[in-house]
Design a protein around this ligand. Sequence first.
Ligand SMILES: CC(C)(COP(=O)(O)OP(=O)(O)OC[C@H]1O[C@@H](n2cnc3c(N)ncnc32)[C@H](O)[C@@H]1OP(=O)(O)O)[C@@H](O)C(=O)NCCC(=O)NCCS
Length: 411
Amino acid sequence: MKKALDGIRVLDMTHVQSGPSCTQLLAWLGADVIKVELPGRGDITREQLRDIPNVDSLYFTMLNGNKRSLTLNTKKPEGKEIFEALIKHCDVLVENFGPGVLDRQGFTWEKIQELNPRMIYASIKGFGPGKFEDAKAYEPIAQAMGGSMSTNGWEDGPPTVTGVQTGDSGTGIHTVASVLAALYQRDQHTGKGQRIVCTMQDSVLNLCRVKMRDQQRLAHGPLTEYPNKTFNGVVPRSGNASGGGQPGAALKCAPGGTNDYVYLIIQPQVWKALCEEMGRPELITDPKFATPAARLPILAEVWDIVESWTKLHTKYEILDRCNAIDVPCGPVLDMSELLVDESLRARGMVAAVEHPERGTYYTIGSPLNLSDSPVEYRPSPLLGEHCAEVLQEVMHYDAKKVEELRAAGVI
Ligand SMILES: CC(C)(COP(=O)(O)OP(=O)(O)OC[C@H]1O[C@@H](n2cnc3c(N)ncnc32)[C@H](O)[C@@H]1OP(=O)(O)O)[C@@H](O)C(=O)NCCC(=O)NCCS
């Protein structure tokens, strides 16, 4: 069966996390992704956070599956010639270098359009045009400047970075959406490529949309669903409060380990069933607890009562009991539990991959589930693994020429 992006070729000049997370999704959707890497070193993450000596790190392998690797020095004249041919050969160019890197090598948007008017050229940068456009960015910087850090953590603690990589992988997903829309526009309407710039600050801010909603609500009074008592004109950090229309909290479970918690939400319609399940039927009609409006100002007391029940059971028992009575809840699952989770394994969301040097490793699979474009997980490429193959295809070079280029440090 053909994949969704069969026939689409991606020239991948990405490194670290944001860009590679985008091009890996494109590869999983069926695009031919040619990752161009600096000869001798490649993507810096190949050697960062290594767990096995001299073997590509999990940092690299988990973000570069299903791609081909071509080493190419795009600063050398012969390297530029090959890169120009690749631009003509591909549909999409994705890069996430520091600002201006490809321009300095002579590959401006004007030049790229001249070489291939159908080329879609997507860049990931820290910031959009303005004061910060020349600044480099990493995940926590984007979380700091996109609104995430100021709204995450506890009221009496410092602004806090989250484990969710909204700046890196979040921007990768926004870039995938942009590339797919541009491919549609090119193929259905204009016949031309276009320029895309996705910024990490914008992506984090987009994912903090509800916090900007609350910032504007503050003009009309305090946010009653927040546990905070003071606001000082700004959306505060509110720990584990749900921040949505329904109150929620993380509650301790047995046997009391670091991640023995369940997140539980009290919808108005489940209060009766929850009270019965907890063995506290008197709370159903007690005017102090009977309605959402009555409970709102005393949520801390409500959560104490519910927690005195959750603490008697494991998080999985609470999940089963809550599911049986339609109370929304989720056990806090840690990475060791997710890695072996049967349903994630069965769906390929945690997928085993065979790597020629590393052996078996597990990658987080594709969350894009298309019934007619199933993903086959292939390992990340070794550095320069596909040099001969790609140069034969694009430049019609033979093995001798490839060796000459290798000796000259071009590939
Ligand atoms: C992540 C980041 C901070 C890393 O900065 P860095 O390590 O200084 O790397 P840069 O991307 O700025 O530059 C890489 C250099 O290697 C060179 N290089 C990389 N691949 C090359 C190749 N195949 N051939 C020749 N040169 C190459 C570049 O030309 C550049 O050299 P220059 O500065 O002399 O022009 C920066 O790339 C960045 O801000 N990217 C945009 C935001 C982003 O994606 N951040 C999150 C990463 S998860």
